[in-house]
Design a protein around this ligand. Structure first.
Ligand SMILES: CC(C)(COP(=O)(O)OP(=O)(O)OC[C@H]1O[C@@H](n2cnc3c(N)ncnc32)[C@H](O)[C@@H]1OP(=O)(O)O)[C@@H](O)C(=O)NCCC(=O)NCCS
Length: 179
């Protein structure tokens, strides 16, 4: 899922959230590292743990590169930018498997803008993108205590099951054929 120029335009969106809050969504770019660093600076330790399943002590260049490097054929990421301030507010990633049958998603928003509907809109866009790529399912792993994400997944139609080997984790799956 490398993003060429035409795909770049195809996945650009202007969203308007409550109170007329304008958000621009576009595919991530290789030179987004400073914006990603700024986003991470606005994410609480707890939200970082919910996203990465680990306490992140420093954002090394390699760590940042891993979030941005969508040079591989199977990964895409969409970023949400506040149109007024030009700050990055969130990212949703989708990693497709080598056969391009299924993909695994992850999402992270600035902690101070949670609960305003942006996560929902980014999830919808990620699902739309996966469908357009012909994937038949989307998987995700969510910590049991991540009630916001689990609730949202249920509302979006994901099946939610506790991981049998790690009961602290839920595996979520969305079948796209009939979506
Ligand atoms: C999880 C996360 C992405 C959610 O994003 P968010 O912007 O905070 O969530 P939203 O405001 O879009 O949605 C929250 C609520 O609206 C619901 N909702 C939003 N839009 C909706 C719509 N159009 N229709 C129905 N329900 C909707 C959600 O289910 C949820 O319900 P509630 O407010 O009644 O409790 C965000 O909190 C986050 O980044 N958390 C830290 C990282 C993380 O946990 N990542 C997930 C693991 S990879």
């Amino acid at each position: 899922m490398s993003i060429d120029r035409s795909a770049d335009l195809q996945w650009q969106r202007h969203l308007v959230l409550g109170d007329g809050w304008r958000i621009f969504v576009r595919p991530i770019k290789q030179n987004d590292d400073l914006m990603i660093r700024d986003l991470l600076a606005h994410v609480s330790k707890e939200d970082l743990r919910l996203r990465f399943f680990d306490s992140i002590k420093e954002f090394s260049p390699q760590f940042i590169a891993g979030l941005i490097d969508i040079g591989g054929l199977h990964v895409t990421a969409l970023v949400a930018i506040d149109e007024a301030s030009s700050e990055m507010l969130g990212v949703v990633w989708l990693h497709a498997d080598a056969l391009r049958k299924s993909g695994e998603y992850a999402i992270l928003l600035r902690s101070d803008i949670k609960g305003k509907g942006l996560g929902w809109d980014l999830m919808q866009l990620m699902i739309e993108h996966a469908k357009s790529e012909g994937l038949s399912r989307i998987d995700g792993q969510i910590l049991q205590e991540n009630s916001i994400m689990l609730k949202m997944c249920r509302e979006l139609g994901f099946e939610v099951k506790t991981d049998l080997e790690d009961r602290g984790v839920c595996n979520v799956a969305l079948m796209l054929e009939d979506y």
